[in-house]
Design a protein around this ligand. Structure first.
Ligand code: SF4
Length: 78
């Protein structure tokens, strides 16, 4: 079980970040730096891009450290 879970939302989608699970592949911030920028605090800026692009990028995370759910879903984190 991950020790900590952080959530960031743009109102439509919620990005779920589990730092303990991250394997630092760098895919997220190399792929979508407008949203995932390790130089910023917090490092995830959900308003930085479209929901579609955020979901596309999260789907490429190889470790499962990044997941998401739509805010209108009844069952989170599918
Ligand atoms: S893509 Fe996933 S595993 Fe890679 S740095 Fe981002 S959160 Fe970590």
């Amino acid at each position: 079980m991950p020790k900590s879970i952080h959530k960031y939302t743009n109102g439509e989608v919620t990005i779920v970040w589990k730092p303990d699970v991250c394997i630092h592949s760098t895919l997220c911030w190399k792929g979508l730096k407008e949203v995932f920028n390790p130089k910023l605090r917090p490092w995830i800026e959900p308003a930085g891009s479209t929901t579609e692009k955020i979901i596309e990028q999260i789907s490429k995370c190889p470790s499962g450290a990044l997941t998401y759910y739509m805010n209108n879903d009844e069952m989170p984190e599918q």
